[in-house]
Ligand binder design. Structure first.
Ligand code: GLP
Length: 261
Protein backbone atom coordinates (compact mmCIF):
# COMPACT_ATOMS: atom_id res chain seq x y z
CA UNK A 1 0.00 0.00 0.00
CA UNK A 2 1.16 3.52 -0.76
CA UNK A 3 -0.19 6.66 0.89
CA UNK A 4 -0.16 10.09 -0.71
CA UNK A 5 -0.98 13.14 1.38
CA UNK A 6 -2.18 16.16 -0.58
CA UNK A 7 -2.60 19.68 0.81
CA UNK A 8 -6.38 19.80 0.38
CA UNK A 9 -9.45 18.04 -0.97
CA UNK A 10 -9.20 19.63 -4.40
CA UNK A 11 -5.59 18.52 -4.92
CA UNK A 12 -6.37 14.99 -3.67
CA UNK A 13 -9.32 14.60 -6.05
CA UNK A 14 -7.32 16.09 -8.95
CA UNK A 15 -4.58 13.49 -8.37
CA UNK A 16 -7.10 10.63 -8.49
CA UNK A 17 -8.48 12.04 -11.76
CA UNK A 18 -4.97 12.27 -13.21
CA UNK A 19 -4.30 8.63 -12.34
CA UNK A 20 -7.53 7.62 -14.10
CA UNK A 21 -6.61 9.78 -17.10
CA UNK A 22 -3.14 8.26 -17.27
CA UNK A 23 -4.44 4.68 -17.14
CA UNK A 24 -7.19 5.43 -19.65
CA UNK A 25 -4.74 6.98 -22.12
CA UNK A 26 -2.43 3.98 -21.73
CA UNK A 27 -5.35 1.59 -22.29
CA UNK A 28 -8.44 3.05 -24.00
CA UNK A 29 -10.29 -0.24 -23.30
CA UNK A 30 -9.78 0.23 -19.56
CA UNK A 31 -12.29 -1.50 -17.27
CA UNK A 32 -12.90 1.11 -14.61
CA UNK A 33 -14.43 0.38 -11.22
CA UNK A 34 -16.37 3.37 -9.91
CA UNK A 35 -17.51 4.55 -6.49
CA UNK A 36 -20.15 6.98 -5.30
CA UNK A 37 -20.45 9.27 -2.27
CA UNK A 38 -19.77 12.97 -1.80
CA UNK A 39 -15.97 12.50 -1.82
CA UNK A 40 -16.05 11.21 -5.39
CA UNK A 41 -18.05 14.11 -6.81
CA UNK A 42 -14.91 16.22 -7.01
CA UNK A 43 -13.03 13.46 -8.90
CA UNK A 44 -15.83 13.24 -11.47
CA UNK A 45 -15.78 17.03 -11.87
CA UNK A 46 -12.08 16.80 -12.72
CA UNK A 47 -12.64 13.93 -15.16
CA UNK A 48 -15.38 15.88 -16.95
CA UNK A 49 -13.02 18.84 -17.23
CA UNK A 50 -10.25 16.61 -18.62
CA UNK A 51 -12.73 15.27 -21.18
CA UNK A 52 -13.78 18.78 -22.20
CA UNK A 53 -10.39 20.49 -22.23
CA UNK A 54 -7.93 17.70 -22.97
CA UNK A 55 -10.13 15.35 -25.01
CA UNK A 56 -9.90 12.53 -22.46
CA UNK A 57 -11.66 9.76 -24.36
CA UNK A 58 -14.05 7.37 -22.61
CA UNK A 59 -15.56 5.91 -25.80
CA UNK A 60 -13.91 2.49 -25.52
CA UNK A 61 -13.79 2.04 -21.76
CA UNK A 62 -16.30 0.13 -19.63
CA UNK A 63 -17.35 0.82 -16.07
CA UNK A 64 -18.58 -1.23 -13.11
CA UNK A 65 -19.87 0.49 -10.01
CA UNK A 66 -19.27 -0.92 -6.56
CA UNK A 67 -22.83 -0.93 -5.33
CA UNK A 68 -26.48 0.06 -5.62
CA UNK A 69 -29.36 0.33 -3.16
CA UNK A 70 -32.01 -2.38 -3.23
CA UNK A 71 -35.46 -1.19 -4.29
CA UNK A 72 -34.71 2.18 -5.91
CA UNK A 73 -35.60 2.97 -9.52
CA UNK A 74 -32.60 4.13 -11.58
CA UNK A 75 -34.37 7.47 -11.96
CA UNK A 76 -34.61 7.96 -8.18
CA UNK A 77 -32.32 10.89 -7.26
CA UNK A 78 -30.74 8.71 -4.55
CA UNK A 79 -30.07 5.73 -6.83
CA UNK A 80 -26.38 5.35 -7.60
CA UNK A 81 -27.29 4.99 -11.31
CA UNK A 82 -28.78 8.47 -11.10
CA UNK A 83 -25.68 9.75 -9.25
CA UNK A 84 -23.37 8.37 -11.96
CA UNK A 85 -25.46 9.85 -14.79
CA UNK A 86 -25.56 13.21 -13.02
CA UNK A 87 -21.89 13.46 -12.08
CA UNK A 88 -20.10 11.64 -14.91
CA UNK A 89 -21.81 9.56 -17.57
CA UNK A 90 -23.90 12.25 -19.21
CA UNK A 91 -20.95 14.67 -19.40
CA UNK A 92 -18.41 12.38 -21.08
CA UNK A 93 -18.42 10.14 -24.16
CA UNK A 94 -18.72 6.80 -22.39
CA UNK A 95 -21.04 4.36 -24.21
CA UNK A 96 -24.04 3.94 -21.85
CA UNK A 97 -24.17 0.24 -22.83
CA UNK A 98 -20.73 -0.17 -21.28
CA UNK A 99 -21.72 1.31 -17.91
CA UNK A 100 -22.75 -1.23 -15.28
CA UNK A 101 -24.31 -1.02 -11.85
CA UNK A 102 -25.99 -3.83 -9.94
CA UNK A 103 -29.76 -3.89 -10.53
CA UNK A 104 -31.32 -3.27 -7.14
CA UNK A 105 -34.78 -3.90 -8.58
CA UNK A 106 -34.09 -7.46 -9.78
CA UNK A 107 -36.76 -9.92 -8.65
CA UNK A 108 -34.08 -12.52 -7.95
CA UNK A 109 -31.36 -10.53 -6.17
CA UNK A 110 -29.04 -13.51 -5.70
CA UNK A 111 -29.14 -14.26 -9.43
CA UNK A 112 -28.42 -10.56 -10.09
CA UNK A 113 -25.33 -10.74 -7.85
CA UNK A 114 -24.04 -13.84 -9.66
CA UNK A 115 -24.74 -12.14 -13.00
CA UNK A 116 -22.77 -9.01 -11.92
CA UNK A 117 -19.74 -11.10 -10.98
CA UNK A 118 -19.98 -12.97 -14.31
CA UNK A 119 -20.13 -9.69 -16.23
CA UNK A 120 -16.97 -8.42 -14.53
CA UNK A 121 -15.25 -11.66 -15.52
CA UNK A 122 -16.57 -11.40 -19.09
CA UNK A 123 -15.01 -7.94 -19.40
CA UNK A 124 -11.67 -9.37 -18.26
CA UNK A 125 -11.76 -8.11 -14.66
CA UNK A 126 -11.42 -4.57 -13.33
CA UNK A 127 -8.22 -2.72 -14.24
CA UNK A 128 -8.56 0.28 -11.92
CA UNK A 129 -10.97 0.40 -8.99
CA UNK A 130 -11.81 3.74 -7.36
CA UNK A 131 -12.89 3.59 -3.74
CA UNK A 132 -14.20 5.88 -1.05
CA UNK A 133 -14.45 4.87 2.58
CA UNK A 134 -17.46 4.98 4.87
CA UNK A 135 -17.25 6.20 8.43
CA UNK A 136 -17.45 2.59 9.63
CA UNK A 137 -14.45 1.74 7.45
CA UNK A 138 -16.41 0.05 4.70
CA UNK A 139 -15.50 -0.13 1.03
CA UNK A 140 -18.52 -0.40 -1.27
CA UNK A 141 -21.20 -1.46 1.21
CA UNK A 142 -19.03 -4.10 2.85
CA UNK A 143 -20.14 -3.39 6.36
CA UNK A 144 -18.28 -4.63 9.46
CA UNK A 145 -17.96 -8.42 9.59
CA UNK A 146 -18.13 -8.77 5.81
CA UNK A 147 -16.00 -11.76 4.87
CA UNK A 148 -12.71 -10.60 3.43
CA UNK A 149 -13.24 -13.08 0.58
CA UNK A 150 -16.87 -12.10 -0.04
CA UNK A 151 -18.29 -11.72 -3.54
CA UNK A 152 -21.09 -9.51 -4.86
CA UNK A 153 -24.15 -9.96 -2.63
CA UNK A 154 -26.91 -8.22 -0.73
CA UNK A 155 -25.83 -6.55 2.53
CA UNK A 156 -27.95 -5.03 5.27
CA UNK A 157 -26.69 -1.54 6.14
CA UNK A 158 -25.42 -0.80 9.64
CA UNK A 159 -26.84 1.98 11.84
CA UNK A 160 -23.65 4.02 11.21
CA UNK A 161 -24.13 3.86 7.43
CA UNK A 162 -27.86 4.55 7.70
CA UNK A 163 -27.07 7.61 9.80
CA UNK A 164 -24.33 8.78 7.40
CA UNK A 165 -26.48 8.54 4.27
CA UNK A 166 -29.95 9.33 5.71
CA UNK A 167 -29.76 13.13 5.17
CA UNK A 168 -29.79 12.53 1.40
CA UNK A 169 -33.07 10.63 1.75
CA UNK A 170 -34.69 13.03 4.19
CA UNK A 171 -34.50 10.58 7.08
CA UNK A 172 -33.53 7.01 7.94
CA UNK A 173 -37.09 5.74 7.63
CA UNK A 174 -37.13 6.75 3.92
CA UNK A 175 -33.93 4.97 3.04
CA UNK A 176 -33.38 1.40 1.79
CA UNK A 177 -31.90 -0.84 4.47
CA UNK A 178 -30.15 -3.11 2.01
CA UNK A 179 -27.81 -2.76 -0.95
CA UNK A 180 -26.09 -4.95 -3.52
CA UNK A 181 -22.34 -4.54 -3.22
CA UNK A 182 -19.25 -6.04 -4.80
CA UNK A 183 -17.60 -8.19 -2.16
CA UNK A 184 -14.27 -7.45 -0.52
CA UNK A 185 -12.85 -10.39 -2.49
CA UNK A 186 -14.23 -8.93 -5.73
CA UNK A 187 -12.68 -5.52 -4.99
CA UNK A 188 -9.22 -6.75 -4.13
CA UNK A 189 -9.06 -8.75 -7.37
CA UNK A 190 -8.95 -5.45 -9.31
CA UNK A 191 -5.51 -4.98 -10.84
CA UNK A 192 -5.13 -1.57 -9.20
CA UNK A 193 -7.05 0.12 -6.37
CA UNK A 194 -7.12 3.83 -5.54
CA UNK A 195 -8.90 4.92 -2.37
CA UNK A 196 -9.71 8.60 -1.77
CA UNK A 197 -10.61 10.05 1.63
CA UNK A 198 -10.89 13.72 2.56
CA UNK A 199 -11.93 15.73 5.60
CA UNK A 200 -11.31 15.28 9.32
CA UNK A 201 -14.34 13.00 9.76
CA UNK A 202 -12.30 10.30 7.95
CA UNK A 203 -9.02 10.74 9.90
CA UNK A 204 -9.69 8.02 12.47
CA UNK A 205 -10.95 5.44 10.00
CA UNK A 206 -8.06 6.12 7.58
CA UNK A 207 -5.54 5.53 10.37
CA UNK A 208 -7.26 2.22 11.13
CA UNK A 209 -7.52 1.22 7.47
CA UNK A 210 -3.89 2.00 6.61
CA UNK A 211 -1.92 1.34 9.79
CA UNK A 212 -4.26 -0.85 11.83
CA UNK A 213 -4.51 -4.64 11.88
CA UNK A 214 -6.42 -6.41 9.11
CA UNK A 215 -9.93 -7.05 10.36
CA UNK A 216 -13.39 -7.64 8.91
CA UNK A 217 -14.59 -4.95 11.35
CA UNK A 218 -12.93 -2.38 9.03
CA UNK A 219 -13.20 -3.89 5.58
CA UNK A 220 -10.90 -1.28 4.01
CA UNK A 221 -8.04 -2.98 5.91
CA UNK A 222 -8.28 -5.82 3.34
CA UNK A 223 -6.61 -3.41 0.90
CA UNK A 224 -3.38 -4.03 2.82
CA UNK A 225 -3.36 -7.41 1.06
CA UNK A 226 -3.53 -5.77 -2.36
CA UNK A 227 -0.26 -5.64 -4.35
CA UNK A 228 -1.07 -2.28 -5.95
CA UNK A 229 -3.19 -0.05 -3.78
CA UNK A 230 -2.79 3.72 -3.43
CA UNK A 231 -4.54 5.63 -0.66
CA UNK A 232 -4.86 9.36 -1.39
CA UNK A 233 -5.85 11.69 1.44
CA UNK A 234 -5.89 15.40 2.17
CA UNK A 235 -4.09 16.77 5.25
CA UNK A 236 -7.26 16.49 7.34
CA UNK A 237 -7.99 12.84 6.55
CA UNK A 238 -4.30 11.92 6.93
CA UNK A 239 -3.86 13.73 10.25
CA UNK A 240 -3.83 10.61 12.45
CA UNK A 241 -1.37 8.59 10.35
CA UNK A 242 1.84 7.78 12.22
CA UNK A 243 4.19 7.43 9.24
CA UNK A 244 3.34 10.66 7.42
CA UNK A 245 6.96 11.64 6.95
CA UNK A 246 7.74 8.32 5.23
CA UNK A 247 4.72 8.59 2.91
CA UNK A 248 5.68 12.14 1.95
CA UNK A 249 9.26 11.11 1.18
CA UNK A 250 8.09 8.36 -1.15
CA UNK A 251 5.75 10.64 -3.10
CA UNK A 252 8.43 13.35 -3.36
CA UNK A 253 11.26 11.04 -4.39
CA UNK A 254 10.13 7.82 -6.07
CA UNK A 255 10.29 7.94 -9.89
CA UNK A 256 6.83 6.33 -10.17
CA UNK A 257 5.26 9.61 -8.99
CA UNK A 258 7.45 11.98 -11.00
CA UNK A 259 4.75 13.03 -13.45
CA UNK A 260 2.22 13.58 -10.67
CA UNK A 261 4.07 15.94 -8.33
C1 GLP B 1 -21.34 5.00 0.62
C2 GLP B 1 -20.79 4.20 -0.56
C3 GLP B 1 -19.31 3.99 -0.38
C4 GLP B 1 -18.62 5.32 -0.11
C5 GLP B 1 -19.17 5.94 1.14
C6 GLP B 1 -18.47 7.26 1.51
O1 GLP B 1 -21.44 4.22 1.76
N1 GLP B 1 -21.44 2.93 -0.69
O2 GLP B 1 -18.79 3.38 -1.55
O3 GLP B 1 -17.24 5.12 0.04
O4 GLP B 1 -20.55 6.17 0.92
O5 GLP B 1 -19.25 8.37 1.21
P1 GLP B 1 -18.75 9.86 1.34
O6 GLP B 1 -17.77 10.07 0.28
O7 GLP B 1 -20.03 10.63 1.10
O8 GLP B 1 -18.22 10.03 2.70
Amino acid sequence: MEVIIQPNQEAAAALVARIVAHDLRANPHLVLGLATGSTMECVYRHLVRLHQTEQLDFSLCSTFNLDEYVGLFPSDPNAYRHYMDRHLFRHVNVDPRNTHLPNGLATDLEAECRHYEAMIQRFGGIDLQLLGIGKAGHIGFNEPLSALRSRTRVKALTPTTLKQNAPLFGGEDKMPRRAITMGVGTIIEARRCVLLATGDSKADVIAQAVEGPITSMVTATALQLHPRCTVIVDEAAGAQLKEQEYYRWIFDNEPEWEGYR
